[in-house]
Design a protein around this ligand. Structure first.
Ligand code: GLU
Length: 447
């Protein structure tokens, strides 16, 4: 069977088996076809049916989470963990608390995580989880009770050498702190069971900044490779969470003007450059809405709807909000605004049609599994520090992050050049991430 026929067959089987799980099918459809040139060179993968093995998680756990709200009412949420692939290390990946979380979302995130983690070069397998619990509008006490109930069940399935969760959308230092506290009550102190912990509970310095900084370091490498830099560039960022905040900070430090940030209701456009201290105060202290930015910057504008409909011209787009925030129509608007580089801080923010459009219009596309790998990479460094019972300085972690992002960029670019063309970083990321996992699986005799 040819590589192409084999890929088509596995895709068809996956679509049939998972009808309705749109995001999961999308992630697999964006991945498998790019492997064709690699499979042409590695016929053992076709012979041993390794694609079918890689799309099937090793384990999928679903459980209920009962908790009591401040009015004394009993609430129940649904939670998941997909332990996708442990060839290169313990399952590793975040937990997402958001009302849209379902099996399709968790599967797509877990699938992407396998190859992202592989690209870091560190010993971490792929996993992901979360719940349809919505932390928005909940009190600290409610979030704590939810996290405690979540961990009471979840602790059976994790461990420092088994599965090491961290944060994702809706799960930050506060939630990880509560989850860690409950794990400790049940099992004793075991620092390496979660990452993204508060620094006082053996969390790593620079973990909070890592995804946003890493995203900008990735783009910096891509720019340098084209004799260019961030200096004087106009950058458009979506989102105003952890990834966005630290991407904005690093891009500003490197001389760019960041024009926007957003939340699920609308976006701020500030031609003078986003006032990051204010965004941090609104989101991290007040846990408020981005519209409040106008109270202190009346010259900025607030527009309801997607930031990607912005008409002002800009050079670099950093989507850092959520999956499928950019469809083909919005991608066309980005192209009309003159964007040259799209680098994903979020997981799968671009639809398949949007990616096709970037590629048709020679916009350099930096896929999330490579560009946003800095977060999980520093999580792996947190695991290393916890095992050694040491705490590294901020600068040491940041230096490691810089070199990891450089290596990821180089691996993507070189693999793209070998199997596709230099600028096809999507093919490069997919093939380089897949190669390490699949060769390890073969060496372990799993098939
Ligand atoms: N949720 C993040 C990601 O999408 C980080 C996961 C982790 O640190 O384990 O990669």
């Amino acid at each position: 069977m040819t590589a192409k026929a084999y890929i088509d067959q596995v895709l068809a089987e996956t679509k049939e088996k998972h009808a309705g799980k749109e995001e999961f099918i999308q992630a697999v459809e964006e991945f498998l076809p790019t492997l064709e040139p690699y499979l042409n060179d590695h016929t053992e993968i076709v012979e041993k049916n390794l694609l079918s093995l890689i799309v099937e998680p090793e384990r999928l756990i679903q459980f209920r989470v009962p908790w009591q709200d401040d009015e004394g009412k009993w609430q129940v949420n649904r939670a998941y963990r997909v332990q996708y692939n442990s060839a290169i290390g313990p399952y590793k990946g975040g937990l997402r608390f958001h009302p849209t979380t379902n099996e399709s979302i968790v599967r797509f995130l877990g699938f992407e995580q396998i190859f992202k983690n592989s690209l870091t070069g560190l010993p971490i397998g792929g996993g992901k989880g979360g719940s349809d619990f919505d932390p928005k509008g909940k009190t600290d006490a409610e979030v704590m009770r939810f996290c405690q109930s979540f961990m009471t069940e979840f602790q059976k399935h994790i461990g420092p050498d088994i599965d090491v969760p961290a944060g994702d959308i809706g799960v930050g230092g506060r939630e990880i702190g509560f989850l860690f506290g409950q794990y400790k009550r049940l099992n004793g102190f075991s620092a390496g069971v979660l990452t993204g912990k508060p620094v006082s509970s053996w969390g790593s310095l620079a973990r909070t900044e890592a995804t946003g900084y890493g995203l900008v370091y990735f783009v910096q490498n891509a720019l340098e490779d084209r004799d260019d830099s961030f200096q004087g560039k106009k950058v458009v960022v979506s989102g105003s969470g952890n990834v966005s905040i630290y991407a904005i900070q690093k891009a500003q430090e490197l001389g760019a003007t960041v024009l926007t940030c957003s939340d699920s209701s609308g976006y701020i456009y500030d031609p003078e450059g986003i006032d990051l201290e204010l965004v941090k105060d609104i989101k991290e202290v007040r846990r408020g809405r981005i519209k409040e930015y106008l109270e202190q910057h009346p010259n900025a504008t607030y527009v309801e709807g997607s930031v990607w409909s912005l008409k002002e011209s800009y050079d670099i787009a950093l989507p850092c909000a959520t999956q499928n925030e950019i469809d083909a129509k919005l991608a066309q608007k980005m192209a009309d605004a003159g964007v040259k580089i799209v680098a994903e801080g979020a997981n799968m923010p671009s639809s398949k049609e949007a990616i096709d459009l970037y590629q048709d219009q020679s916009i350099l596309y930096c896929p999330g599994k490579a560009a946003n790998a800095g977060g999980v990479a520093v999580s792996a460094l947190e695991m290393a520090q916890n095992s050694a019972r040491l705490a590294w300085t901020f600068d040491r972690v940041d230096d490691e992050l810089k070199s990891i992002m450089k290596n990821i960029y180089t691996a993507c670019s070189e693999t793209a050049t070998k199997y596709a063309e230099k600028d096809n970083l999507m093919a490069g990321a997919n093939i380089a991430g897949f190669d390490r996992v699949v060769q390890t699986m073969l060496s372990q005799g799993l098939v």
